[in-house]
Design a protein. Structure first.
Length: 443
């Protein structure tokens, strides 16, 4: 007779390297379709370019270090599991909370963009209604099974990549270097620091690949392949999207639909309108394909977020019910539903730029704690089985740690209210854990 506890808490291994590539690119690819352009309003072309340069270095060095952790400890909790083993339960909880904040605040921002792009095609449907319906549909898809979810993710990711290639192919023939130089640093060099969250948005959530390691066939090999190939793809797409968009319209042309108006959540159609006009088939095609890119990230991050919350419940850091899997589909259905509720609340109360920034606070905290955990495990457990080791140790993890720390300080200075909200959530969560959950775990 099968063990009932195992049935309730074990995830099913079905994912290979191609699926992991699809998830890794899919988690992030929406960052090419929206959000990053808001950094142009802060830093201009040069400010966002400088911020993006250092962010790319951070992600390259971080990804190698995080892959070492993911291959050595292939658990659904990602950073939560790594930090708990390296730094203890309390710092593990803080790392896990930072990860949950990142993965639960990123989807509402993407949902807004889904609504904005859909509204271009069907202006009569309210943006908020589209966003909420998207939450219901894709949370349901994730409940039905990780293999089905990953196959869908791979499909929409491939379509989204093709869309960015088509966009670059349409706009690059009209590229003019002079457009990159117009008002390139409108707020001086402080704009570089203000643009950091939006540079991060190009790559935010790629670390979600680690959260499906427990559902991966041969994770010690396939996680490395998935991480590496996904990051390479995303760096190339980032460079093409950035240059081809601004090169045809100037940065203000892909931020503001009208001079003095509100910033847009759909920069690529703004760039295309300058080249082919709004009535052109390519304008409509890219607007439709953009929805695939947004859906890829939205759906993929929902998948990763469910695994993090599930691991919190399974290990007793949150109510045990969150750590159960669906009896039939073997997916963390209760964790997914709770995350959906939080995301819908964020939809009702926030704006895209603010939600992106809070997600970046969580991401940067994750990167910092992850690299500290890497150093701690190398010291505490030198003989741990590490199927993959970060190259150029300790330089790579040190570089990632330093850049992430500078970025966290910078966005805290430039967003003091959002910083207070983020750190307030962390402190309240920690106090709840320390006074109400720790004694239960010890008992």
């Amino acid at each position: 007779m099968p063990d009932q506890t195992e049935n309730k808490s074990e995830l099913k291994r079905t994912l290979g390297p191609l699926m992991l590539w699809g998830l890794g690119v899919g988690y992030v690819i929406s960052g090419n379709y929206f959000g990053w352009n808001l950094g142009l309003a802060e830093g201009g072309t040069l400010g966002l370019a400088i911020a993006t340069f250092f962010v790319i270095i951070m992600y390259i060095t971080f990804t190698f270090g995080y892959t070492e952790l993911a291959c050595a400890i292939p658990k659904a909790g990602g950073l939560f599991d790594y930090a708990t083993r390296a730094l203890g339960k309390e710092l593990g909880f803080i790392g896990g909370m930072a990860q949950i904040i990142e993965f639960t605040f990123a989807p509402p921002a993407i949902a807004f963009a889904i609504g904005a792009y859909f509204n271009l095609l069907m202006p009569g449907i309210p943006i908020l209604a589209i966003a909420i319906v998207a939450y219901l549909i894709f949370t349901g898809l994730n409940i039905f099974g990780v293999e089905m979810a990953a196959i869908f993710e791979l499909f929409v990711t491939v379509v989204a990549v093709i869309g960015l290639i088509l966009f670059a192919g349409t706009t690059l023939p009209h590229f003019e270097m002079s457009n990159l130089q117009v008002n390139a640093l409108p707020n001086g060099y402080k704009g570089v620091f203000a643009a950091i969250p939006f540079a991060i948005w190009f790559f935010l959530a790629i670390e979600g690949v680690a959260n499906v390691a427990e559902e991966t066939v041969n994770p010690q090999r396939n996680v490395l392949i998935g991480f590496g190939s996904a990051l390479f793809t995303l760096v190339v797409l980032c460079l093409f999207t950035f240059s081809s968009s601004i090169g045809v319209a100037g940065w203000e042309g892909i931020v503001y639909p009208e001079p003095g108006g509100d910033a847009s959540d759909s920069p690529l159609p703004l760039a295309l309108a300058k080249v082919v006009g709004e009535g052109h088939i390519m304008f409509k095609l890219i607007s439709v394909i953009a929805l695939f890119g947004l859906v890829a990230s939205f759906h993929g991050i929902i998948l990763a977020a469910g695994r993090v919350t599930y691991q919190f419940g399974r290990t007793g850091y949150a109510p045990k019910a969150l750590g159960q899997v669906h009896r039939k589909f073997k997916t963390p259905s209760k964790a997914l539903i709770i995350n959906m509720g939080i995301g819908i609340v964020a939809l009702l109360t926030g704006k895209t730029g603010e939600i992106i920034t809070i997600a970046c606070f969580g991401a940067l905290s994750l990167y910092i704690i992850a690299m500290i955990s890497l150093f701690a495990l190398r010291s505490k457990e030198p003989n741990m089985d590490r199927p993959f080791k970060v190259p150029m140790y300790p330089i790579f993890p040190a570089v990632a740690l330093i850049i992430a720390s500078i970025c966290l300080i910078a966005i805290s200075i430039f967003n003091p209210i959002l910083a207070a909200i983020y750190f307030g959530i962390l402190i309240l969560a920690y106090l709840w854990f320390h006074f109400f959950m720790m004694h239960k775990m010890e008992a």
